[in-house]
Design a protein around this ligand. Structure first.
Ligand SMILES: [Zn+2]
Length: 308
């Protein structure tokens, strides 16, 4: 059996589809506004009632969009970002087919239909996905920052780190974040029997369902390490995807998986819930580094679950 080894040192935001539709409508409204003649053309008798409601609706959409863009720009300034983060495109109408990355599959990967381990989502869009692991640091400032900036992310939680404050992660869930499985105790799974792996993975599914009201379908193996037993156990208790990452961001540097040290479209980026106790900065500092780099490279941050 092949052992796959990784290193791991360790809103209310609207759905982007709605936002894109809103943007299209607003552009139409603004374009109409630009070409409006100085002398309004009086509608024919009987037409006023028909035309008035959509015109008002468009104006309201445009106003809301402008207010939303202004709020985001103000939030970017308030949180010390160099640029306003880019808005991701609408979620794909047809989800991409996700398979295990070459070299990351296990025996019987395909014929047993085991959850794929992957580092990048196939997409032509210039987007990356933010994933945040473990759950040690529970910084209220981080929740405010991400909600105000409307940056989507996915959390992978390990019970021994979150059980002293499930409430913090309920607030995170209520802001639109999907909470996923990162095992009970963050063990090196390939060192455990299949029964113990089942306990670590599937008992965490039960805790997540009880504490957060939803049984995850996505999990991340601690340190990115797993074997066939890990995938069999994960599948048996409802896991469909096991994403790892192609870049890891720390408060003071980035680490790339690829030799050319570049981000790619659809890359999954890893960081951790860590504060000053673990590294030289706060979660907000970590996010500033992440967002400034991603935006400068012309990437938007999209929601992983929209592509699964
Ligand atoms: Zn971890």
């Amino acid at each position: 059996m092949r052992l796959v080894v990784q290193t791991d040192k360790k809103t209310t935001y609207r759905r982007v589809g709605a936002r894109a539709a809103l943007a299209a409508l607003a552009v139409a409204a603004l374009a109409a506004g630009c070409s409006r003649p100085a002398e309004p053309v009086r509608p024919a008798q009987g037409q006023q009632r028909l035309q008035a409601p959509p015109a008002r609706a468009l104006d309201s959409y445009a106003t809301r969009l402008r207010a939303s863009a202004a709020a985001r720009a103000a939030a970017a300034k308030r949180w010390g970002l160099r640029q306003v983060p880019l808005t991701p495109p609408a979620p794909p109408a047809v989800k991409p087919r996700i398979t295990a990355r070459a070299g990351f599959e296990v025996a019987h990967q395909e014929d047993w239909d085991l959850p794929p381990v992957f580092t990048t989502v196939p997409t032509k869009d210039k987007i990356v996905f933010l994933t945040i692991d473990d759950g040690a640091d529970k910084d209220p400032e981080f929740l405010r920052m991400m909600s105000e900036l409307r940056i989507p992310y996915t959390a992978f939680l390990s019970d021994y780190l979150i059980k002293d404050d499930y409430g913090y992660f309920r607030k995170m869930r209520d802001s639109g974040v999907t909470l996923n499985n990162h095992t009970l105790h963050h063990p090196y799974l390939p060192g455990l029997s299949s029964e113990d792996q089942h306990h670590e993975i599937c008992d965490m599914q039960d805790i997540m369902a009880r504490q957060f009201g939803r049984r995850p379908t996505v999990m991340r193996f601690p340190y990115g390490n797993y074997n066939q037993d890990s995938l069999v156990a994960a599948k048996s208790c409802g896991i469909k995807y096991a994403p790892i990452w192609n870049e890891e961001v720390y408060v003071d540097h980035w680490e790339f998986r690829e030799d050319d040290q570049r981000m790619r479209r659809g890359d999954i980026v890893l960081t951790h819930f860590r504060g000053r106790a673990e590294w030289n900065g706060t979660m907000a500092d970590d996010m500033r580094r992440f967002l400034d780099y991603v935006t400068a490279q012309g990437f938007a941050v999209a929601r992983l679950e929209d592509y699964l």
